[in-house]
Design a protein around this ligand. Structure first.
Ligand code: F6R
Length: 364
C-alpha cells in the first residue's frame, strides 16, 4: 500500500502533483478561478471587510501563505490565528468578517471549537478541508474540499500543498470580485497556478541532492530556518517538519528579526537554512545570510535558478526552478519536506509515526 516507497511520507510527497491537479482542476472555469461555492457571489465577496484564518500546525502555516497572497492580490486585511489561541482570546468578529478554517482531518478539536465560536459571533465561515463529511466540513457555512486523497503519515505534506493551492485560488477569486487586479492578470496567474504540478517533477527527482545535504547536517543538535515574507511562512513549515520527524531542535525566524536577539545563537558551524525566493526582498535576505555567514554559520541557501549568489555567502545552494515569485512557496516546500524526511531516515527515526504525535488531534 506504500506503492513501492519505503514510507508513506515519501509516497505522499511524490503524490503532490496529482493532488494539486485534482484540487486546482475543478476550481478553474474558462481560465478564471471559481470556488465552487454558490453562496460566494461577487456581491458576497465584496462585502467581506476582514478575514481571519484559523488553524493548527501545518494548516496554520498554509494560512500564513494565504494571508500574504490574499492581502497582496485582493487588498483585504487578514489575520492568521492558532486555533487554541483564537478560541480563548475573545476574538472581535462581526457579520462582515469571514473566518477561514483550514484542516486536513476536519476533526481537530481546537479548530472545530474556533469554528463554532466564529459562527456564534455571527461571522461567516468557510472551511478548507480534506476529509469529506468531517466534523469541520459539516459545521461550516461553506466548504472547499482539497483533494489530497488520504494522508497516512503523521507529518502533513500533500495536504499542505493543496491547502496552499486553495489559498491562492481564493485570493485570485476575491481579487476578481473586488477588481483589485486586471482580469487579464488574474487569468495569467491562474494559468501559472495550473502549471505548478509540472514544475514539481525536477524537484521530486532531486532526492539525491537533498539526501546528501541531510547527510551533511544529520548530526546537528540545532538548526535554524530564516526568510522574509512568503519565505518566512515556509521557514516555519520547514522547521516544523524537521523537528516533528527528525527530533532535531529547530526554530524559524523572520530574517529581519535576527539582529533583535537570535543572532547571538549563531556561532562557528551553526546550521542555517536560508530561504530567498522573493525578488522584492532578495537583497535584504542576502544581507541577512551574509551576517550569519560572517559569524561562522553553515548555510544552505534556497533560491531561484538564476538568482545571483555572491561567492562565500552559502556553503550549499539549492536551486529552484524560475517561476512567478508569489507561487514559489509551492515549489520550495518540496526540498524542505525531503530534507526533513532524509534527516529522519538517516537518524533512524520512525518517519511515519513520530513519537508522542497523533494524526488527528481530537483532544485539547
Ligand atoms: C504537522 C501536522 C500538524 C497538523 C495539525 C492540524 O505535520 O500534521 O501540525 O497540521 O495537527 O491538523 P488538521 O489539519 O487535521 O486540522
Amino acid at each position: 500500500e506504500k506503492g513501492g516507497y519505503p514510507h508513506f511520507m515519501l509516497k505522499e510527497i511524490h503524490e503532490q502533483p496529482t493532488a494539486l491537479r485534482a484540487t486546482i482542476g475543478p476550481h478553474v472555469e474558462d481560465g478564471l478561478p471559481q470556488l465552487g461555492v454558490d453562496a460566494l457571489t461577487d456581491e458576497m465577496l465584496c462585502g467581506i471587510r476582514n478575514i481571519h484564518i484559523v488553524a493548527c500546525g501545518t494548516a496554520m502555516h498554509a494560512g500564513m501563505v494565504g494571508k500574504t497572497a490574499i492581502e497582496r492580490f485582493a487588498r483585504v486585511p487578514v489575520d492568521v490565528d492558532i486555533a487554541s489561541e483564537f478560541r480563548y482570546r475573545d476574538p472581535i468578529l462581526s457579520q462582515d468578517d469571514l473566518v477561514i478554517i483550514i484542516s486536513q482531518s476536519g476533526e481537530t478539536l481546537d479548530t472545530l471549537a474556533a469554528l463554532k465560536l466564529a459562527k456564534e459571533r455571527g461571522a461567516k465561515t468557510l472551511a478548507v478541508v480534506n476529509v469529506v463529511g468531517s466534523s469541520i466540513a459539516r459545521a461550516a457555512d461553506w466548504v472547499i474540499y482539497t483533494h489530497a486523497g488520504p494522508e497516512i503519515a503523521v507529518a502533513s505534506t500533500k495536504a499542505y500543498s493543496v491547502q496552499l493551492a486553495v489559498m491562492y485560488l481564493f485570493a485570485l477569486r476575491l481579487s476578481l470580485a473586488k477588481k483589485t487586479q486586471p482580469e487579464e492578470e488574474i487569468r495569467r496567474l491562474t494559468a501559472e497556478l495550473q502549471r505548478i504540478p509540472d514544475q514539481l517533477a525536477p524537484l521530486l527527482s532531486n532526492c539525491n541532492e537533498i539526501k546528501y545535504l541531510a547527510s551533511q547536517f544529520m548530526n546537528s543538535d540545532d538548526l535554524f530556518f530564516m526568510g522574509r515574507g512568503f519565505d518566512y511562512a515556509l521557514s516555519l513549515e520547514g522547521s516544523l517538519k524537521l523537528k516533528e520527524i527528525s527530533y532535531v531542535h529547530s526554530e524559524a525566524y523572520a530574517a529581519g528579526e535576527l539582529k533583535h536577539g537570535t543572532i547571538s545563537l549563531i556561532v562557528n558551524g551553526t546550521p542555517v537554512v536560508a530561504l530567498a525566493t522573493q525578488k522584492n526582498v532578495y537583497e535584504k535576505a542576502l544581507s541577512n545570510v551574509k551576517e550569519v555567514k560572517t559569524r561562522g554559520g553553515r548555510v544552505i541557501l534556497l533560491c531561484k535558478e538564476n538568482a545571483p549568489v555572491p561567492e562565500d555567502v552559502a556553503d550549499f545552494v539549492v536551486r529552484l526552478p524560475e517561476f512567478e515569485d508569489i507561487f514559489m512557496p509551492m515549489l520550495m516546500i518540496v526540498p524542505l519536506q525531503l530534507f526533513a524526511y532524509y534527516m529522519s531516515v538517516l537518524r533512524g527515526c520512525d518517519v511515519d509515526k513520530p513519537r508522542n504525535l497523533a494524526k488527528s488531534v481530537t483532544v485539547e
